[in-house]
Design a protein around this ligand. Structure first.
Ligand SMILES: [Zn+2]
Length: 91
């Protein structure tokens, strides 16, 4: 979670400062996986037992989460492809 969009004027508010996660990922030479908006609707749907991702990939709320998941899948595939034989096994 990184930024909040004001429901009144749609202005993006950087709650944790912009770019901090990207900078830290770069410092530690790890992949930056993305920004996810702080959104009360995500909290509400999660609390009700209906995770936002069940709205589908076209949902504006779920889109960033799907993109995040794709980056994780891609990163795991890269790690697997570059790991020495027998060190990592992903089914
Ligand atoms: Zn506003």
């Amino acid at each position: 979670m990184s930024y909040f969009v004001c429901p009144h004027c749609q202005h993006e508010i950087d709650i944790f400062s912009r770019g901090g996660a990207e900078k830290t990922a770069s410092q530690f030479q790890v992949a930056f996986l993305g920004n996810v908006q702080l959104d009360p609707d995500i909290r509400k749907s999660s609390d009700s037992g209906k995770p936002t991702v069940l709205e589908g990939e076209d949902s504006p709320h779920a889109k960033a989460l799907y993109e995040f998941a794709r980056r994780v899948i891609s990163r795991v595939a890269d790690i697997k492809a570059n790991a020495p034989e027998g060190v990592i096994q992903i089914q």
